[in-house]
Write a protein that binds this ligand. Structure first.
Ligand code: WT7
Length: 572
């Protein structure tokens, strides 16, 4: 039972004949659009901004930025000038060179994007950090990456343990009344005198671009390393999947602290020269609809959690805004419920197109294209020339309707190139026959559509954010009253999953609601708000293996009233 594409007809980059393109497409076709196909040297920021500033798109709006205090617009020429200035601040005041890690820890603002692009122009590897991170999360990432420079705001500076980070040479502060002493550099003061001319550092397509930290089921967050070559896939999916054409106004709601916010909130739309809307401030349904109306957004990329929250705000609200500009809606991050797709059809008269990918894949991989028939609940089909399959643990392909590992054949352009400082972890993603194993389980139907089933590991997806249970457990046991903690994702109608912690208390502590609240606050302040358990349950003991590993599988079974399965490794 498919839904036909009605409302997207006539858009430019429809992938009319999927099967033919799938077989015949060659990435070198996409590369022809870039100047580096001639020179052999690249810089993503040049292709995203300067190339357009040097064309008849010079005066086209590249960025509409708004939050509760600001409302600004910047052309491609402006973006070129400001990112050059920011690049010069990093080069002159701070001495940033090719390969240096420059981390950016600040809320969305135009300056964030000037710095991001300016650092890339110098050949630096950028690491955007989510503004909600607390001290421990910031420290882990700066420590592991050995970041040389951090760009942050006066407000967030208190969460940066500068004295514990020997590799950190400079902290560039975006704010007012900044005192330049020690490591501190005043961003605005330096911008005033910085030149608009910057010598771009031309790099190899395999040179570093971005480090995005993400969570697994064990250990600390790991640095997923991407290179400039990823832009080939960002560019091509901006055409095939985002379906961006010249007069589109595009809005991706993700924060650049997550991979969607950098690759599809900045790089992909700019690589094709589209007008990009970036909205700061917190989520509010009125605000979001108003943003679409104000800018005449035509293409909108968001997440199931957000759509569910909008759905919860009521259909009446939708009719208060003029949303007729919308032509194409996409979703990523978690399973997109068929119910949400039906709601989208009802209130926007548009289909919501699900897309599947991960931090590690670096770009969209399995998608519902505008031209394609949609099966609500399915993630769609692989993008042309990328091979996806369902395989067993040995890498043998499974027939249709068999559930197994969702895997991708090594070699797509935007694939991560390393896990920072962790070769072993990187290798562990791949089977001997070159399948990259995603950690998701899924099946494929006879038409080649993929259907998401769940995570193979214990990773939690809450409100579209990926949280490793181990990280939360480690924080929990730092709390004096907590002896042991086990953390699981509990199904939730709005957030997909919420974080639930099972806790065994130390001797002498009494279970109480106040204690739960204190524990929650401790994680919130020590790690990040989105990592704090929404539910806490105290238990005398937690189920463990004989080697002492907490059995999250058993906790989950308890929670969901499911059979606990094999308990042979559990301690008595
Ligand atoms: C995990 C990756 C890069 C996108 C943002 C999340 C889940 C992602 C879907 C989808 C069902 C999805 C998977 C994946 N996921 N898209 N369309 N349907 N699940 O990136 O933080 O690296 O998380 O998000 O479980 O493995 P991420």
């Amino acid at each position: 039972m498919g839904m036909k594409a009605t409302s997207v007809k006539g858009r430019c980059f429809n992938l009319e004949d999927y099967d033919t393109t799938y077989k015949s497409f060659n990435w070198s076709e996409a590369e022809k659009s870039f100047s580096w196909s001639e020179t052999g040297l690249v810089n993503m920021a040049y292709e995203a901004i300067d190339r357009h500033a040097e064309s008849d798109k010079r005066n086209k709006v590249a960025l509409y930025f708004s939050d509760k205090d600001r409302n600004e617009q910047y052309t491609f020429q402006d973006m070129k000038d400001y990112s050059n200035k920011a690049g010069n601040v990093l080069k002159k005041a701070v001495g940033v060179e090719k390969g240096d890690r420059v981390f950016i820890f600040m809320p969305r603002s135009p300056e964030l994007y000037f710095v991001l692009l300016g650092a890339i122009k110098l050949g630096a590897v950028v690491g955007p950090l989510f503004e909600a991170f607390m001290e421990a999360a910031v420290r882990d990432r700066l420590e592991d990456s050995e970041a040389k420079v951090l760009v942050t705001t006066s407000e967030l500076l208190g969460r940066v343990p500068v004295n514990e980070l020997p590799h950190l040479k400079h902290v560039v502060i975006v704010g007012s009344g900044v005192k330049e002493e020690g490591l501190y550099i005043d961003f605005y003061k330096r911008m005033e005198t910085a030149s608009e001319h910057l010598e771009i550092e031309w790099v190899d397509r395999e040179d570093g671009l971005v480090l995005h930290y993400t969570s697994g089921s064990t250990g600390k967050p790991k640095g997923v390393f991407h290179v400039h070559n990823a832009m080939v896939q960002h560019y091509q999916t901006a055409k095939w999947v985002l379906d961006l054409k010249d007069d589109d106004v595009y809005w991706c709601t993700a924060d650049p602290g997550w991979v969607t916010g950098t690759f599809y909130g900045a790089f992909a739309p700019w690589l094709v020269g589209a007008t990009n809307v970036i909205r700061g401030s917190r989520f509010s349904p009125e605000d979001w609809y108003q943003t679409i109306e104000n800018y005449g957004v035509t293409v909108w990329y968001s997440a199931p959690t957000a759509f569910r929250m909008l759905m919860g705000a009521g259909d009446g609200l939708v009719t208060k805004f003029d949303l007729r500009s919308l032509q194409h809606i996409l979703s990523v991050g978690e399973p997109l419920n068929p119910e949400v797709v039906r709601w989208g059809k009802k209130v926007f008269d548009l289909r919501i197109h699900d897309t599947w990918w991960m931090t590690e894949t670096g770009a969209q991989v399995i998608c519902n294209y505008p031209s394609m028939e949609i099966k609500p609940g399915s993630m769609g089909k692989p993008i042309p020339s990328v091979q996806a399959a369902i395989v067993d643990d040995q890498g043998e392909e499974l027939p249709p309707y068999h559930m197994g590992n969702l895997a991708i054949k090594k070699g797509w352009p935007s694939m991560m190139r390393a896990i920072w400082n962790n070769e072993e972890k990187y290798e562990s993603y791949f089977l001997p026959n070159d399948w990259y194993v995603s950690g998701d389980s899924a099946y494929k139907d006879e038409d080649g559509y993929f259907w998401f089933q769940g995570r193979v590991d214990d990773v939690i997806m809450t409100a579209g954010e990926r949280v490793g249970p181990f990280e939360v457990e480690s924080k929990l046991v730092e709390f004096p009253a907590v002896a042991e903690a086990g953390v699981i994702g509990k199904p939730d109608p709005v957030r997909g999953e919420i974080i639930k912690a099972f806790i065994a208390l130390r001797e002498g502590y009494e279970a109480s609601d106040e204690l739960k609240e204190e524990i929650r606050l401790f994680v919130k302040e020590g790690l990040a708000a989105h990592a704090a358990p929404r539910e806490i349950e105290f238990r005398e003991t937690l189920p463990k293996t004989r080697s002492g590993k907490i059995m999250r599988r058993v906790l989950k079974a308890w929670e969901l009233d499911l059979p606990t399965g094999d308990l042979s490794t559990m301690e008595d």
